[in-house]
Design a binder for this molecule. Structure first.
Ligand code: HEC
Ligand code: HEC
Length: 364
């Protein structure tokens, strides 16, 4: 049966279940109606989550940087990308998958891990960022060292403290697996496993992770009650003090800045890419979408809570030659303003995205 057939079948089944449920509701009186409404919403959401993934630009957002016209998203290509993302065979000893460090419940960051934690229990030096809205990023990584979404997986695969593998060897391992042979043929219309196909399929998976469903989004799309009064105060403060770098709607302007974490920074940041002294200790301004789900914070995961981050901007901004002039002397914030900012930051979580079953590990 085709996927469409299954979805249609499920719809018929749901219709039947709803009729039965409605009968019960009529018998039980009006009280049951609300809960049946909720059950129906849940069922519809589940069915929707089985739809073929596609890439759509949320209303009011800029044009994405990654162009899917060269890599059209198909159900089979996306499913292959998902399988690869969750497959530890991409690491040398079969211990570590992309999902080991990018967990869906944490908006695909590595929950509670200050720096990357990879193969043979080794630690890297930087915090694993959440993965979403990647198609809009002009460059990837904290220092912008990767310029194209399609080649990005090569970095963790070959990194000795992450997956410590070569793409050639990954291709050889997958080529020995009949189920992968089938999945690659289904995704690309002809037999053959190679690195280009692997990277394209992975991009169909990570590139379609679009997160635009937080309460803040509902508020900006015209639902005033989606934010509480405190959160709205926080948004106003955020627009005045933070949005010059964490620009709406993506909540980053994709520039590289030094936000004053250290007087004598150890990680050279953007300078390692451009070799320009002025880029010393500058890091990509991170998106703050889903930020409450992705602790710890900053490129080295030094802060565990959003309260600590806000206190940093108010109390501990360190002067250094490349400190962003906007932050010189810190940001003046009283206790109520700090609390409002934190409340606002917590309204940026997109529960639908972190529970979207299309991005969870497939049950095989
Ligand atoms: C051992 C942990 C680890 C593994 C495994 C891992 N990553 Fe990452 N990932 C990181 C870290 C740490 C960074 C940030 C690196 C930096 O900025 O220098 C990162 C960055 C990224 C980024 C850039 C995000 C951004 O906002 O710039 C993408 C995309 C990504 N990883 C995808 C993947 C994929 C796909 C795989 C599997 C092939 C993978 N990662 C495997 C830890 C990991
Ligand atoms: C001058 C630009 C700039 C301004 C203004 C600014 N930030 Fe940032 N912000 C950054 C940069 C750059 C980083 C990453 C720094 C690093 O890790 O080295 C960052 C990191 C963060 C993080 C951590 C996110 C994560 O995923 O690790 C949070 C939260 C944050 N900022 C909130 C705020 C708030 C709240 C304000 C306003 C009070 C603010 N920022 C103002 C540039 C800025």
């Amino acid at each position: 049966m085709s996927v469409r057939g299954i979805v249609a079948g499920v719809r018929v089944w749901i219709a039947g279940a709803l009729v039965a449920a409605l009968l019960v509701a009529v018998l039980a009186g009006t009280g049951a109606r609300a809960s049946i409404g909720n059950a129906r919403d849940r069922l519809i959401e589940t069915v929707e989550s089985w739809r073929a993934p596609s890439f759509a630009v949320p209303a009011g957002w800029p044009k994405p940087v990654y162009d899917f016209s060269g890599n059209p998203v198909t159900r089979a290509g996306f499913a292959l990308g998902r399988r690869l993302f969750y497959d530890p065979q991409l690491s040398r000893d079969g211990s570590t998958s992309c999902a080991s460090c990018h967990q869906q419940f944490a908006a695909f960051a590595h929950y509670d891990h200050p720096v990357s934690h990879g193969i043979r229990n080794q630690n890297g030096t930087r915090n694993a960022p959440g993965l979403f809205n990647l198609a809009w990023q002009p460059a990837l990584m904290w220092d912008g060292s990767v310029h194209h979404l399609e080649v990005q997986p090569l970095a963790p695969i070959s990194n000795p403290v992450e997956m410590d593998e070569s793409i050639e060897h990954v291709v050889a391992k997958l080529s020995a697996d009949d189920t992968y042979k089938k999945d690659f043929a289904a995704a690309f219309g002809s037999p053959g496993i190679d690195s280009q196909r692997l990277l394209k399929a992975m991009t169909q998976f990570v590139g379609t992770m679009v997160s635009a469903g937080s309460r803040y989004d509902r508020y900006t799309r015209g639902e005033p009650d989606a934010l509480t009064a405190t959160e709205r105060d926080g948004l106003a403060l955020f627009r005045a003090r933070c949005a010059s770098c964490h620009a709406e709607p993506l909540l980053t302007d994709f520039s590289y800045r030094n936000n004053g974490l250290d007087a004598a920074p150890r990680d050279r940041g953007r300078e390692t890419v451009t070799a320009k002294e002025g880029d010393f200790a500058r890091f990509r301004v991170p998106s703050l979408r889903n930020v409450a789900l992705t602790p710890p914070y900053m490129h080295d995961g030094r802060y565990d809570t959003l309260e600590q981050v806000v206190d940093h901007y108010a109390d501990t901004v360190q002067p250094s030659p490349t400190l962003d002039p906007q932050l010189a002397g810190g940001v003046t914030l009283d206790a109520a303003q700090r609390a409002a900012l934190v409340a606002f930051l917590k309204s940026l979580s997109d529960e639908r995205f972190v529970h979207d079953r299309r991005y969870a590990e497939a049950r095989r």
